[in-house]
Design a protein around this ligand. Structure first.
Ligand code: SAH
Ligand code: SF4
Length: 353
């Protein structure tokens, strides 16, 4: 519902300070607002208890603190949950909640749909609907934190591995990341925030120059140029050779590793020869590989590799001293691959509830 109100979620500290000033208040009132919205996660203007009453009254005439609405939630047997969230203009996006023993990981979307068109990906089938604003990115974290009643002390990890290509919406993604990582804001350390990219080479170099950059994960998914182009047509524009050069030049903090993601597709990119080639491509890099079991669906013909193949792949990489982890696939029973929910929603005319 569009109420004509302006959402305060998405404004950074300077913007909120300027807003306070423009309403005839002291600058520190803007800072209070900032902390209330992101650090205390106050769910509405009425909940901004430490603000002066006059400011609250003035604000509530024109502004609100609005999170995306939960349209539907699918909870998996393994405890993970997939949220279909509705934005103000009724656009639907997905956010995933994954609890582990000591921490919670949230998987955020950066765009509604995606233009990159990877052949194995369900989000690709939606095409690109639009970029998300910083407020809509932050709103996903705030909405799920509220829905799950996650307490401020809980160890949170954030990964931009939902719908969309974060590096094709870099300005809004980085604005959100700065607020997420700010101790006075959301307060999640940069080392617990990861941006995953299909390999937009010039934007990787741009990210490399930002001192506030989070961790980087690169979707490799293939062992040769030809194979990668077949899976990810973006490889024509940004070939593997250039991508790996940008990765080698990427500045890493002490103890930080680059992450490569490799979705194992049965009979396509999962042979011993593929593993040998991947080891060669990554030789000498400070990197690890996450081997991702494929989530299949009726719309696409790719299938997951058998477990033995994944283990053999991992062994070969380990033999070359490349740490490789087989990611446990969460939410298999709820259509957990990004885009799968939305795709269902589209088929039903967005009426699932
Ligand atoms: N656009 C970014 C981030 C979103 S996709 C990127 O491509 O990196 C996040 C990860 O999910 C990518 O590594 C992608 O290869 C993987 N992925 C996409 N569809 C998948 C599926 N159906 N099953 C398993 N992994 C998938
Ligand atoms: Fe877009 Fe990533 Fe899916 Fe490729 S894998 S289509 S880049 S969301």
């Amino acid at each position: 519902m569009n109420t004509g109100m302006q959402n305060l979620v998405g404004l950074d500290r300077q913007e909120l300070e300027r807003l306070a000033q423009s309403l005839g208040k002291a600058t520190y009132r803007g800072r209070q607002l900032y902390q209330a919205i992101y650090r205390r996660r106050a769910p509405g203007i009425a909940a901004l208890t430490d603000l002066d009453r006059d400011l609250k009254r003035v604000l509530s005439a024109q502004y609100n603190v609005d999170y995306p609405r939960v349209q539907v939630v699918f909870t998996s047997k393994d405890g993970s949950a997939r949220y279909l969230l509705r934005l103000q203009d009724n656009t639907l996006i997905e956010t995933v909640y994954m609890p582990e023993e000591q921490r919670v990981t949230l998987c955020l979307s950066s765009q509604a749909g995606c233009a990159v068109d990877c052949r194995f990906c369900f989000t690709a089938l939606l095409g690109l609907q639009r970029n998300l604003s910083a407020g809509e990115i932050l709103g996903q974290a705030l909405a799920v934190v509220k829905a799950r009643e996650i307490l401020p002390g809980t160890r949170l990890n954030l990964v931009f591995m939902g719908m969309g290509e974060p590096l094709l919406n870099l300005a809004q993604v980085m604005k959100a990341v700065h607020i997420l990582a700010d101790p006075q804001g959301f307060g999640i350390p940069l080392r617990r925030i990861t941006i995953s990219t299909s390999g937009i080479v010039p934007r990787i170099s741009e990210m490399a120059r930002d001192p506030g950059r989070p961790k980087l994960a690169v979707s490799l998914n293939a062992s040769t140029e030809e194979q990668r182009t077949e899976l990810m047509p973006i490889n024509r524009k940004y070939p593997l050779r250039d991508l790996l050069r940008a990765c080698r030049a990427y500045p890493l903090r002490p103890r930080e590793l680059l992450t490569f993601e490799y979705v194992l597709l049965d009979g396509f990119n999962d042979t011993d020869a593929d593993a040998q080639r991947v080891a060669k491509l990554l030789r000498g890099m400070r990197a690890k590989i996450n081997l991702i079991p494929y989530n299949s669906g009726p719309e696409l013909s790719y299938r997951a590799s058998p477990v033995e193949k994944a283990l053999a792949f991992q062994q070969i990489l380990a033999g070359h001293r490349i740490p490789a982890y087989i990611r446990i696939s969460r939410g298999q029973d709820i259509g957990a691959a990004c885009g799968q929910l939305r795709l269902k929603g589209m088929r039903n005319g967005d009426t699932i509830a």
